[in-house]
Design a protein around this ligand. Structure first.
Ligand code: GLA
Length: 392
């Protein structure tokens, strides 16, 4: 039962001018309902205070619930997804996203937990790029490099948010204008991002943006997933639909090479546990401190919609499928988690979660051979990620 993209779709929100998933039949959706979750849940979206920012501004937590009892929670601060509560094959629910109960946890711990990443996901080497012969210097927030849009990137700003409800879905529309020069980027960038949870157990994120000067845009999402909800992820299984990856230097900047995964610990074309080869002696694993690399997805075009990755707990069967229309996916195996931070009653242990971030390749502005991230005035940036919650 794969996601399908429709060329023409019924749209209810601002950023919905682009294709979306086809609705599955009611029968197919019903067959997905875990046995133990009786139909007590109702499609709903609610709002609650989530705490104040140092500026005195209030943040809000939105709770999206579908008819199968699947819950996604997100806040307007950094577009952070704080929870995804999903079933296993027996219908037992677990929260598969590391996060915090209130805004203070996110203000104290700045590892992009659950966050909406922009303007640019992952690293830009030397925090610099040139457009039309002019060099732009970006915020250096990762040694000499620029990471995840800078220290005041999209993950660290308060978005305007409005909830919506349709016959088959609930969601929120987030809007934010990043001014010319923000974090060093050229152009006033108007961004709209739509989070939508459907009764088919799909959660989609639709990104849109326009600019008034040529600039680079590469938005993604940064939830830390653990398919049990706690503990190590080393015994959880991963599949990635990528036969190549982009090797990195010791600063995690791609070398520009597209290297085959076959015969290396980077081969996830057949699902296996993350722990199976992570301990091998391998220069790339050393550079990443584990997995912290971009996979080149097996797609015919850079914007083809398809299944990028599947992450599952082989014991309970709780599974996450990641879809996108992006050419790459960053798989980060939680190598910087140290077990010192705790949120929602869970210790964030070393390799206690992974991030799967569909995106264009890191450092594309400085790698002319990578699929381009340049956005010009008059063009519309469009990109979409789909998370599908299944039980196998
Ligand atoms: C990304 C990067 C990692 C790390 C995490 C956040 O996934 O690739 O190197 O910076 O974000 O800690």
């Amino acid at each position: 039962m794969n996601f399908k993209r429709l060329a023409l779709a019924l749209c209810v929100t601002a950023a919905c001018a682009q294709p979306t998933f086809a609705a599955e039949t009611a029968a197919a959706a019903a067959s997905q309902k875990p046995a133990a979750v009786k139909a007590v849940a109702q499609l709903s979206v609610t709002e609650a205070p989530f705490g104040k920012l140092p500026s005195g501004e209030s943040t809000t937590l939105f709770t999206l619930t579908n008819a199968n009892g699947v819950v996604v929670k997100a806040t307007n601060y950094g577009g952070v997804i704080t929870s995804m509560i999903t079933p296993d094959k027996s219908g037992n629910m677990a929260d598969i996203v590391l996060g915090f109960d209130n805004i203070d946890g996110y203000l104290k711990n700045k590892s992009y937990y659950g966050a909406l990443i922009g303007r640019y996901g992952n690293r830009i080497g030397k925090a610099q790029f040139a457009i039309d012969g002019k060099t732009y210097n970006l915020d250096k927030n990762d040694s000499a490099n620029h990471l995840h849009g800078g220290s005041k990137g999209f993950w660290a700003v308060l978005w305007d948010a409005k909830s919506f409800k349709t016959a088959n879905s609930v969601g929120i529309t987030l809007t934010h204008t990043s001014p010319d020069g923000d974090q060093g980027y050229p152009g006033n960038l108007k961004a709209t991002v739509v989070y939508e949870l459907t009764n088919n157990n799909e959660f989609t994120i639709t990104y849109g943006a326009t600019t008034d000067k040529p600039t680079h845009v590469n938005m993604t999402q940064h939830p830390y997933f653990n398919m049990v909800g706690k503990g190590s992820i080393l015994n959880q299984e991963l599949y990635i639909n990528g036969s190549k990856y982009t090797p990195v230097d010791s600063g995690l900047i791609p070398t520009g090479e597209l290297a085959p995964v076959a015969g290396t610990p980077f081969d996830f074309t057949k699902a296996h546990t993350i722990g199976q080869m992570i301990g091998q002696t391998n220069e790339q694993l050393k550079n990443g401190g584990g997995y912290d690399h971009n996979w080149v997805l097996n797609k015919k075009t850079a914007d083809e919609w398809g299944l990028d990755a599947r992450f599952s707990d082989p014991v309970s069967g709780r599974t996450l499928e990641v879809y996108s229309d992006e050419p790459g996916i960053q798989f980060y195996s939680g190598n910087f988690l140290e077990g010192k931070v705790e949120g929602k009653g869970v210790k964030f242990e070393y390799r206690g979660a992974i991030c799967l971030e569909p995106q264009h390749y890191p450092d594309t502005p400085n790698k002319p051979k990578f699929p381009s991230t340049l956005l010009k005035p008059g063009e519309e940036y469009k990109s979409k990620i789909g998370f599908k919650f299944v039980a196998k």
